[in-house]
Design a protein around this ligand. Structure first.
Ligand SMILES: [Zn+2]
Length: 190
């Protein structure tokens, strides 16, 4: 498994939702994890747009099942793949500034599939919104786009924690005990 952003060792993982107004604004639970492309400096909530265009990479060999524009999310790519435990998933990359893949295309783990962006209408600070969805989904819409069907979403946090080795010592050294609930950075590839 490959972390969904390049230069993973330099990445600071946010607390999961970079825009705290998201749920109030969109009247929906935030369904994924938000990833910065650069380290968050002390005292900052995010790194602004310094990581705009940061490369997004395929977490595994797999096939792009959808790629295009969607309201609020902006550009989205959905990658169908098999995890090391044999289960099938879709990884959803949202808010992309641009996409380099097309539906039906096969990609290799680590292949660059797009660049980090700010969502539709530049609604957010630059980040990757990453979701893990079940394959096959319980409801298949013609275009496979996200919908209000949250039941097909799995926990991206749990998925990352299961499939990546987190260097806890490095995390605490960098972020301190206050970050105990977000140990999703400084990740070693497997
Ligand atoms: Zn998000």
């Amino acid at each position: 498994m490959i972390y969904p952003l390049v230069n993973w060792a330099q990445i600071a993982q946010s607390a999961g939702v970079l825009d705290p107004a998201y749920e109030a604004q969109f009247h929906a639970l935030h369904p994924g994890t938000d990833h910065n492309g650069q380290i968050i400096l002390p005292g900052q909530r995010d790194n602004g747009d310094r990581d705009l265009g940061w490369k997004l990479t395929a977490v595994s060999d797999g096939q792009i099942v959808a790629a295009g524009f969607y309201p609020v999310f902006g550009n989205i790519a959905l990658l169908a793949f098999t995890a090391p435990d044999g289960r099938r998933w879709w990884a959803q990359y949202a808010h992309a500034r641009r996409l380099l893949v097309k539906p039906g295309q096969w990609v290799k783990a680590g292949e660059v599939i797009g660049g980090m962006g700010k969502g539709a209408d530049n609604a957010f600070p630059s980040h990757l919104h990453f979701e893990i969805r079940r394959d096959p989904p319980s409801v298949v819409s013609p275009d496979c786009w996200p919908s209000a069907k949250f039941r097909d979403r799995a926990s991206a946090v749990a998925f990352i924690q299961r499939h990546y080795v987190v260097d806890q010592a490095a995390w605490f050294k960098f972020y301190g005990a206050a970050s105990v609930n977000v140990p999703l950075s400084l990740i070693q590839l497997q």
